[in-house]
Structure formats: C-alpha cells, structure tokens
Design a protein around this ligand. Structure first.
Ligand code: AMP
Length: 271
C-alpha cells in the first residue's frame, strides 16, 4: 500500500497505471466498515490496480452538520486498506485538494431539489464536484459506489454520462448489520438505546416493500411506515416511493431519512 497525498503525484501515477491495465477506484470519507470493504473487494476482483481515496470533503457538509466530529480513524483505515489489497491510498488534506477557493461546481438542480437534497441544499454539488475532481486525479476505468447512498450513486452515474467521463459506474448492494441496520460511519454516533431502535428503519422498508408488491396504496404505505418509525422516537426527514432510475414518480424504490438524537440515518430498498 502506498499512501499519496498530493493530487499531481497521484495523477502522475494514475496516468501510468491507466496505460498498463484497469484501474478500479473506491472513493470514501474513511471510518471504513464492511460496506466500504465490499466495494474494495469487488474493485479488487475486477481490476488490475486498486485506488482507494479517503477524504472528508468540507464542500458536502452544511454549516450545522457533522464535518468537525466526523470520525477519522486513520490508523485503522490504513490497516483495513492494506488488508483489502488496496494498491494506492489517495489521502489528500483539504488544502491539497482545494489549494484555492473552489469556483467551479458540478450542479444538478432537478436532482438536488429532492430526497436528501431538500434538507441539505449544497450537499450534492459538493459531492459531484469532489467526485469529478477525484475522477480527474485517479483516472479510473471503473468506480464503485454503494446503493446505501442511492441518490448520490444515481447522480454520479448521470454526471458521468452528461460530462462524458470515461468511467464505468458500478453500484453495489447495501451491507447491513445483523439486525438490518445499514452499515454507516455515522452509526457510531448512536447511543446504545438509539442503536437498539435503529433497526426499525429497515423493518419499515421491508414492510413497505411487501405492501407495495401486493399492490398497496402509496400514501397508506408511507403513513404506515412513518408510524412505525416515529413510534421508536425517530423524526422523519422523508419517506418516498419513486422510480429507481429517474427518482421521479414510480414504484420501484422506497427511500427514507430519519433523525434520532443528533444522528441522521438514511436507507432504501429496491422493489
Ligand atoms: P462514505 O465513506 O460514507 O462516503 O461512503 C463511501 C462509499 O461507500 C459510498 O459509495 C457509499 O455508498 C458506500 N457505502 C457506505 N455504506 C455502505 C453500506 N452499508 N453498504 C454498501 N456501500 C456502502
């Protein structure tokens, strides 16, 4: 495992690798867990070279969000990266990646106004902009994302098409804890009591899916799911039933976000 901090150094290496074989790229914010490791494993299988990036991107956090307290367990992450067969860990500092004030942004207004974008107005332009930069730095053939952040994955796939990035976007299934809670670096924020209640999110998605498949009414299903989740002390950010490709009206995806205490969790299921 080689650890690279400077974008121009990484670019030079990627340029070389790109000519020799297939580059797989897994972008993350670190605090690696089995969800990240599933992407790393798949990327390892499908490519000759594997680049992992760890960067807690300030551009995608709102002013009252958890940028400062986001976990940064560097040593453990390096160990996991090594164990996963990562060849290069791209690990820039904020000033490495944003040496000047960023003036160029990738925006997708229609997608930014829905689901997670509604309560996080600058989140997705931050995500798309950093992913565009990371693609230009790591020059991957294949890039791996989790279905866990479903809206993000769909928007990145759309950006890649719209801007002709020469990268295949692979979206892999959600890895869950034993009780169904989707793995997330943010789960460590949960108190023991909150953690106990958090499995209701997946339970409600399973219930919603069953009812939807039986032809149930959209509004009734959403309200039933809301009830289940609120009873456990969560505050609902959104629950929506949409088309999984367009994120517009449809019945092939249920997505939700909810808060408990100081923690916001998201999850989704494909029908
Ligand atoms: P993050 O470090 O949270 O920005 O996530 C980096 C990548 O890992 C994103 O593509 C996520 O969708 C993916 N990911 C996070 N959690 C999971 C999970 N539980 N299962 C699968 N992929 C995940």
């Amino acid at each position: 495992l080689k650890i690279i901090k400077k974008p121009n150094k990484m670019q030079e290496i990627s340029d070389n690798l790109h000519k020799k074989g297939k580059i797989g790229f897994v972008p993350t914010m670190g605090a690696l867990h089995k969800g990240h490791l599933s992407l790393i494993e798949k990327a390892r299988e499908e490519n000759d070279f594997l680049i992992l990036s760890i960067f807690v991107n300030p551009l995608q956090f709102g002013p009252s969000e958890d940028y400062e307290r986001y976990p940064r367990p560097y040593k453990e992450d390096v160990k996991l990266a090594k164990g996963g067969g990562v060849d290069y860990l791209f690990y820039p500092s904020v000033s490495d990646l944003y040496p000047e004030k960023q003036e160029t942004f990738v925006k997708m207004p229609e997608f930014e106004g829905i689901l997670c974008g509604r309560n996080r107005p600058t989140h997705f332009q931050g995500v798309l902009t950093v992913v565009a930069k990371l693609f230009n730095i790591t020059k991957p053939h294949n890039a791996y994302f989790g279905q866990k952040d479903y809206q993000q994955a769909i928007m990145i796939r759309k950006m890649t098409k719209d801007l002709n990035f020469d990268v295949n976007i692979k979206i892999l299934p959600i890895i869950r804890e034993g009780d169904g809670l989707a793995m997330s670096s943010r789960n460590i924020y949960l108190s023991k009591e909150e953690r106990g209640k958090a499995s209701v999110l997946y339970q409600s998605l399973l219930k919603g899916k069953r009812l939807l498949e039986k032809g149930g009414d959209r509004e009734e299903i959403i309200s039933l799911m809301k009830g289940m989740i609120e009873r456990e002390g969560f505050e609902i950010d959104y629950i929506e039933i949409l088309d999984k490709e367009t994120l517009k009206e449809g019945k092939t995806l249920i997505a939700l976000a909810a808060r408990i205490g100081k923690t916001r969790l998201i999850d989704n299921i494909i029908i």
